[in-house]
Unconditional design. Structure first.
Length: 364
């Protein structure tokens, strides 16, 4: 198993190097250097500061979730959660296919949190992130449509009516429906998650053997125990009255993250003497969202190089932004490098501090 993981990481590293080589070969000589030099000091400082603040907000959210779950006698210090979050972020950025999430479980184990509770908090965070991201997408998309139709002297309600009933703008209609469906699906899931999980657990108990002397029986018992544990954790979060706080922290985290990336982009565009108003915030948000999400793909290489830039360029190409594709690649690559440097700096510092951290020290 370890040998297979090593080979996968080696292949991912080779793929990343090849993609970086192709990228550098495609971009005109000197374009990357000029792009890197065009970052404004203010935007770089702002992004680094927002990244630190985002780590603390994410740690606050993790702590609020875990404090509502079954952690036994273990107290969860905020300082420790900040270190766990910094490590988790760095490894998620570095490893492909979200393998870096394993670091979250291992770091929490050092704080005394069991794997099942860590898994519950991880799953709930993913669900909350998806709901909030869908909501932000819905808001920005509404502003995008409103601005576009006002430029065409078409009232927004008339445009939406034509979009649904007149067969116009089918891409916008599909996107609108997908966003609403995602929000509705995950809101329903969060509302009925524990009953759904308990129903699945009851079905597994009924339909599959639970004899501990057999391998399949042990696996079934493990799945059943995990399901019961997750359902109890979700109920604990609901009873704690902290769900609203956790949702607001999620909104603040996502707004801060993508707002900081947008400011970083604007600082770079100004340095390149490009107009900042030709990239609508919705287009920039979509590019950042899909590029960042590309790290979840199995085909993503180490640090996401290659897939990040490819998806970034594809979004701008489909949006018909008036800018050369080579320049879009250079901008995407430069922003990617900056975000990696900041993330790994915070992560390495967190690893060094967590290595000397002891749960016996004063908590809180």
């Amino acid at each position: 198993m370890k040998k297979q993981v090593r080979w996968n990481l080696l292949l991912s590293g080779i793929a990343s190097l090849i993609l970086i080589f192709l990228l550098v070969g495609y971009v005109p000589q000197g374009e990357l250097v000029r792009t890197f030099k065009s970052f404004s000091t203010e935007s770089l400082f702002f992004y680094a500061l927002c990244s630190l603040l985002a780590v603390m907000i994410r740690a606050w959210r993790y702590r609020a979730l875990l404090s509502s779950m079954d952690t036994g006698e273990v107290r969860i210090p905020f300082y420790g959660m900040v270190l766990v979050t910094g490590i988790r972020n760095a490894f998620v950025d570095f490893l492909p296919a979200r393998l870096g999430e394993i670091a979250y479980f291992l770091a929490l184990k050092r704080l005394g949190i069991n794997l099942l509770t860590a898994g519950s908090s991880w799953a709930l965070c993913i669900a909350l992130d998806l709901v909030v991201l869908a909501g932000i997408t819905f808001v920005l998309f509404s502003f995008f449509l409103s601005g576009r139709f006002s430029d065409d002297n078409v009232a927004l309600h008339t445009a939406i009516s034509e979009m649904f009933f007149g067969g116009e703008s089918q891409r916008e209609m599909v996107l609108f429906c997908v966003i609403v469906a995602v929000i509705a699906l995950f809101v329903v899931f969060l509302r009925f998650a524990s009953p759904i999980i308990r129903s699945v657990v009851a079905f597994i108990r009924r339909e599959f053997p639970t004899d501990p002397s057999r391998k399949i029986g042990r696996a079934v018992n493990l799945a059943v125990d995990a399901g019961d544990h997750v359902a109890r954790d979700i109920d604990g979060v609901k009873r704690s009255g902290r769900l609203t706080q956790i949702v607001l922290l999620t909104v603040a985290l996502r707004v801060l993250k993508y707002g900081a990336l947008y400011v970083l982009l604007l600082g770079l565009l100004r340095g390149l003497d490009l107009k900042v108003d030709f990239i609508h915030p919705f287009i920039a948000f979509t590019a950042f969202l899909f590029a960042e999400s590309s790290a979840s793909l199995p085909a993503s290489g180490l640090m996401g190089f290659g897939t990040y830039e490819a998806i970034w360029t594809l979004v701008f190409s489909l949006s018909h932004v008036e800018i050369e594709s080579s320049q879009v690649l250079a901008i995407g690559f430069s922003i990617h490098v900056v975000t990696q440097i900041v993330g790994y700096t915070i992560g390495l510092l967190s690893v060094a501090l967590l290595a000397s951290y002891s749960r016996e020290k004063p908590q809180g």
